[in-house]
Design a protein around this ligand. Structure first.
Ligand SMILES: Cc1cc2nc3c(=O)[nH]c(=O)nc-3n(C[C@H](O)[C@H](O)[C@H](O)COP(=O)(O)OP(=O)(O)OC[C@H]3O[C@@H](n4cnc5c(N)ncnc54)[C@H](O)[C@@H]3O)c2cc1C
Length: 808
């Protein structure tokens, strides 16, 4: 075994082998994979081998499509058969709500290039003869479903990697990992040490244990999972004979089942409600090629549905039940990327669908390591979407919930209860008493809307029980004044003698003068967005930044990776050390004036001013800015003062009928201002000109900000896309996000977010289209629940197009 390598990959399951292959294919051949046993000795060997392209996140779906397209290449390169059968499949709906969901999936597939088609239950039965069409209301046909040989695929990756120059060391157990003083990693194995620049944790079932070697508690947990294999079935033999083809895959969402042909019989797997965690705290090192005891009682309720939906199963015997463990992250998506605070330590774990996702994970990770960027939008699987708050108990609760809901519908207005409430702010109980309905962002409870006694969310794809109440919250802001809780923003403090120069390099905007704020896009080297913030110069060399709450860890990883080594810049993520409140609406200034002794008149405290001031008795930092697009103020306050500030503002607002508003009202308000937001409109695949943030980029500033050259090139060439706001002729359902945008009868773009703008009484969608058609007055349609609705671009904001209210 070599003693030095550029990269050590720990784990020879499908994911580790894919990472190794992709590194070698990308030109890094001084790479070695260490496997404690034979390859496939974790969850990989007993997988059912199913593969599919659809995923809740369109960017993960793209990587799944890539994974499936890769198998031919690795088979050819390695000479190892992968056993791929691209049978196609049907996704079945037993309820209308499920069919609505599937229509959304089809719409998404249109711009992802995934060939999906809504078909009737009868047509589904013609494709998949075992199903009873009376049990279903419709289906979607997917031509890119199939199955493969898990061991063949893993060995094909490994062999192909070896051919390219990578090495694989089997029966080599990593026992510890130590960071040396020179920054390299010492990987200690039962066969000696390997010193490496980069270490990848692809430890699968042992990813937690490998993480612990470097002091990392990863939010992953293994669950037991069962599938059964039947005896040979005459119905299968008949079909094979009649058509000369295999029986296609089926996913029966309402039965929580997946099925495919296995030799002369069928394989049926289920994500049962009464699920079971495996190795809750510690995965035993002596676990390997054994299976777990099957527990038919646990899956009996699902099988009952399965036998009803697929009657031929009633007449056949069960040959074998496989029960094996595999790991999940709390949201079911992989954990991939560099780990904040551990330079050169990477993770590629929590991959619950290794045969659909393994290729994409390997590609993203190798791009990231070699090029400094994953080369795709992989936010949905970035390890940085979790922070320290994702504790072991939280992970346990969430993974169990996610497993039990693997095939369940999640409505756009549905909040999932497990692992909550975890983080709350001091006004949590106060707002709950006012009817707050809570959502969650980065582990923190956030008010969505305020419900009168006895009213709650009725889960739906369509406008629902909150509609009229959110309308009232919006009206309170536009007609008088509203108050909202904004603690979920990420907040950072930057200080030190090098702070100004550093910010000038990190952020593409012109830095504000003391007492002023600005919107601050942050770019990557390739000129694409990696953040959008509000930057405040609060004087005395101190800076305050507010940004997306869910991207707190993501942005800190980026900031810290770019800090000067000399200690001249200090950045602190304030997290919930700082809570937030906002007031907005034409009466907001009058409310503020009543509770503060500071001069808040427009002349003294204009739009984008920032100052420390007391609100009632509470010391606060107040910025004159509002995401509502109205006259408004964001107020930052230490948590111990948040209640006092809240009470002072509410008391002062009483004479103006101050109303509470939640994030749904805020969404309705920002939509009529054409304001985008991080993780929706602004993502690392769009340039500032494409996203309309170029007006905040100081292209001519002296500082050589990151991404300047690429941003200048984008400005010159114009980029490819444009973010646009659309008014949609929708009547009872608005866009959610990820719908297809049609132009002239062809899908040309996608929706990033939207909803109903109550004040303007318009259904609004935001989304990207090619720049060539971005100024066309009409010809657009947006697909909602399978129906195309006429849509028109709304160039100027529906509300306060001249920004008079905001600046008044
Ligand atoms: C019953 C069942 C059915 C499934 N069906 C499907 C399916 O149809 N489709 C699908 O896509 N997925 C399926 N899966 C999930 C799939 O198996 C996983 O997504 C996949 O195996 C994850 O691969 P991995 O490489 O991340 O982890 P693993 O396969 O667990 O590999 C990790 C490897 O790391 C090694 N390792 C760990 N620690 C060390 C160390 N310290 N030193 C050296 N080596 C170490 C282990 O020995 C192991 O070989 C199924 C899983 C089960 C259990």
């Amino acid at each position: 075994m070599k003693s030095h390598a550029k990269v050590v990959v720990i784990g020879g399951g499908v994911v580790g082998c894919s990472v190794l292959f992709h590194l070698a294919r990308h030109g890094w051949t001084d790479v070695v994979l260490l496997e404690r046993d034979e390859l496939t000795s974790g969850s990989t060997w007993h997988a059912a081998g199913g593969m599919h392209t659809i995923n809740g996140d369109p960017n993960v779906a793209k990587l799944q499509k890539y994974t499936i397209s890769l198998y031919k290449e690795i088979e050819e390169l390695s000479g190892q058969a992968t056993g791929v059968h691209l049978t196609g499949g049907v996704l079945l709906a037993a309820t209308e709500a499920r069919l609505d969901w599937l229509r959304g999936v089809v719409s998404k597939g249109r711009y992802l290039g995934i060939d999906l088609e809504v078909i009737s239950a009868k047509e589904a039965a013609e494709l998949m003869p075992l199903l009873d069409p009376k049990q279903f209301v419709g289906a979607v046909r997917n031509k890119e479903d199939g199955h493969l040989d898990p061991s063949g695929v893993t060995h094909a990756y490994a062999k192909a990697a070896r051919k390219l120059g990578a090495e694989v060391e089997r029966f080599t157990k990593v026992e510890d990992i130590v960071r040396r003083s020179d920054g390299l990693w010492r990987v200690i194995t039962n066969k000696g040490d390997v010193v490496a620049e980069h270490v990848v944790n692809a430890g699968g079932l042992w990813a937690r244990e490998v993480g612990r070697m470097v002091g990392l508690e990863l939010p992953v947990l293994a669950m037991e999972h069962m599938y059964l294999i039947t005896e040979d079935m005459p119905e299968v033999a008949d079909w094979n004979k009649k058509t000369g083809t295999e029986i296609i895959h089926a996913v029966d969402f309402d039965g929580e089942l997946y099925l495919r042909q296995e030799r002369g019989g069928m394989l049926m797997g289920t994500y049962e409600k009464a699920n079971k965690v495996w190795s809750e705290f510690q995965t035993p090192w002596n676990f390997g090629h054994e299976l777990l005891e099957p527990d038919i009682d646990r899956i009996a309720p699902s099988l009952e549905v399965g036998f009803r939906h697929f009657p031929a199963f009633q007449k056949t015997g069960i040959k074998q039940i496989i029960n094996g463990p595999f790991t999940f992250a709390p949201d079911g998506n992989p954990l991939v990327g560099p780990v904040r605070g551990l330079p050169g330590f990477w993770v590629a774990c929590g991959v619950m669908a290794g045969f659909s996702q393994g290729g994409g994970v390997g590609l993203a990770l190798s791009n990231w390591m070699i090029e400094g960027d994953p080369g795709a939008d992989i936010w949905a699987m970035d390890v940085a979407r979790y922070g320290d708050w994702a504790t072991m108990a939280y992970t346990n609760a969430k993974v169990r919930e996610n497993y039990s809901r693997r095939f369940s519908i999640r409505f756009p207005n549905e909040e999932l209860p497990a692992g909550r409430p975890l983080k709350t702010t001091p006004v949590y109980d106060v707002l709950s008493a006012k009817g707050a309905q809570w959502g969650v962002a980065y582990g923190l409870e956030v008010p969505l809307w305020y419900a009168p006694e006895g009213v709650k969310d009725e889960f739906s794809w369509r406008r629902s029980s909150d509609f009229d109440h959110v309308a009232k919250e919006v009206a309170a802001v536009r007609n008088g004044v509203g108050l909202s809780e904004i603690s979920s923003f990420a907040k950072y403090k930057v200080a030190g003698e090098g702070a100004k120069a550093w910010l000038d390099r990190m952020l593409a905007c012109k830095l504000p003068k003391p007492g002023r704020m600005t919107l601050a896009p942050m770019l990557k080297e390739d000129g694409k967005l990696i953040g959008d913030f509000t930057l405040a110069n609060i004087g005395d060399g101190e800076w305050f930044i507010a940004g997306s709450g869910v991207a707190g860890q993501y942005h800190m990883r980026w900031f810290e990776a770019h800090l000067p080594k000399d200690g001249s810049v200090r950045i602190e993520a304030l997290g919930q050390k700082l809570a937030g409140l906002a007031i907005a609406g034409p009466k907001a200034r009058e409310v503020l004036a009543k509770v503060s002794r500071a001069d808040v008149a427009n002349a003294a405290f204009p739009f984008m001013a920032v100052a420390r001031m007391d609100i009632g008795m509470a010391p606060c930092l107040v910025g004159r800015v509002s995401y509502t697009g109205d006259l408004g103020y964001e107020i930052w306050v230490a948590p111990e003062y948040q209640r006092a500030a809240y009470q002072a503002l509410m008391a002062a607002g009483e004479e103006f009928d101050i109303g509470l508003f939640g994030s749904r009202a805020l969404n309705a308000l920002r939509l009529e201002k054409n304001y985008g937001s991080w993780a929706r409109e602004y993502r690392p695949i769009y340039g500032p000109a494409e996203a309309g943030l170029d007006r905040f980029v100081a292209y001519g500033k002296e500082a050589d900000f990151i991404g300047k050259e690429a941003a200048l090139a984008e400005r010159k060439q114009g980029g490819k896309l444009r973010l646009r706001a659309f008014i949609v002729d929708a009547t009872d359902a608005d866009v959610i996000g990820d719908e297809a945008i049609w132009y002239d009868g062809v899908v040309r773009g996608w929706v990033t977010s939207g909803g109903y703008a109550h004040n303007s009484k318009k259904s609004v969608a935001m989304g990207y289209v090619p720049k060539e058609i971005a100024d066309e007055p009409d010809g657009f349609e947006i697909e909602i629940l399978g129906k195309r609705h006429a849509a028109r671009i709304q160039p100027a904001p529906l509300f306060d197009a001249n920004f008079e209210r905001m600046r008044a």
